[in-house]
Design a protein around this ligand. Structure first.
Ligand code: 5MM
Length: 322
């Protein structure tokens, strides 16, 4: 999943999120249009050169390519690992007004067994943390870290590789120092909960946010400083972590790539690559707009971003100090 120069395509938007994005692009939000869009992404020529895996949601994994081949089987044939988002979303956390806890643990072992049967090689669970003056609270951090650990342990018991995604959102006017401190606190809690459940770190891929200023903060941090602060936080993870694949979190596609590239100049024991959603697919959706005659344009826009990020990930080693 974190092979040199390859990253992961996050195409696992829930039905509600995907429908909203299709509507914004002027496309009717039907199950068939969501299917057509995911097939467009998965069949982009040359995708496997820079993408090792695609994360789908439950709806997509149960759909087929237009030739009738189930998605998992079809992408496997293209040399890409199929993954599945198994959380059921961030829901209001009882006792903690304004904060969320990600749900989906009920029946998870049974669902994982079914997904494995359908061909899923890996899974993903996303916890969400919002920075305000009062949040995230210790309660929200602990509740989400505990759920992430239970999910990761259940995946490993089922023979599925877990992507562990604790996302500290960019929303807000906080500075990068606050993002760094919150991200470090969240990671420490996730590590502690995973240790209690004997999760094997050599078998997980961490999907963190980059350390950035809030989206309402006045000044944008340079890629060099983002990389320095992000890698600084990640250094608390043991060497045997399988890999780190960043989310893009609402950054522009170009900024996400520049930051990923800057990361590569730091020597780390684990590969640093991408597991972007919006930073890869937004240009593709804008180019396609549901028009059958513009499938190639949508695919070209996706490959443009995927190739740029693959090239950034491949810089690992070349940019590192001797
Ligand atoms: C693609 O979006 C994923 C799920 O979205 P929902 O909220 O609709 O379930 C999301 O988990 C995504 O995988 C990550 O946030 C990374 O995506 P970005 O766009 O932040 O790179």
């Amino acid at each position: 999943m974190t092979a040199p120069g390859k990253g992961i395509l996050a195409a696992d938007e829930s039905v509600a999120t995907m429908s909203k994005r299709l509507e914004e692009a002027g496309v009717e939000p039907t199950a068939e249009n969501r299917r057509r869009y995911r097939e467009l992404l998965a069949t982009a020529p040359g995708l496997a050169d820079s993408v090792s895996g695609i994360i789908f949601c439950d709806e997509t994994l149960r759909q087929t390519f237009s030739d009738g081949t189930p998605f998992a089987e079809a992408v496997t044939a293209l040399g890409i690992l199929p993954g599945i988002k198994v959380d059921t979303g961030a829901k209001p956390c009882p006792g903690l007004p304004g904060e969320t806890v990600t749900e989906g643990l009920d029946g998870l072992p049974e669902r994982l067994a079914e997904y494995a049967e359908m061909g899923a090689a890996f899974a993903k669970w996303r916890a969400v943390f919002t920075i305000t003056a009062e949040t995230p609270t210790r309660g929200a951090i602990r509740a989400n870290a505990s759920a992430l650990a239970r999910y990761a342990a259940a995946c490993q018991a089922a023979g599925i590789v877990p992507i562990v995604e604790p996302e500290v959102l960019m929303d807000g006017a906080h500075n990068r120092g606050r993002c760094r401190d919150v991200t470090a606190e969240v990671h420490a809690a996730v590590r502690a909960e995973m240790a209690l459940l004997n999760v094997d770190l050599a078998g997980i891929v961490l999907k963190p946010n980059m350390v950035l200023e809030g989206s309402d903060y006045s000044q944008q941090t340079s890629p060099e400083r983002v990389a320095e602060m992000t890698v600084g936080v990640l250094r608390s993870w043991p060497d045997d972590l399988a890999g780190v694949a960043f989310l893009s979190g609402g950054q522009s596609p170009e900024r996400a790539t520049a930051n990923l590239e800057a990361m590569q100049s730091h020597r780390t024991p684990w590969p640093l690559t991408f597991s972007f959603g919006r930073a890869l697919v937004s240009p593709a959706l804008a180019a396609w707009r549901g028009d059958p005659d513009r499938i190639a344009d949508g695919q070209a826009a996706l490959i443009d971003r995927v190739a740029a990020n693959g090239a950034a990930a491949r810089l690992r080693g070349e940019l590192q100090p001797v």
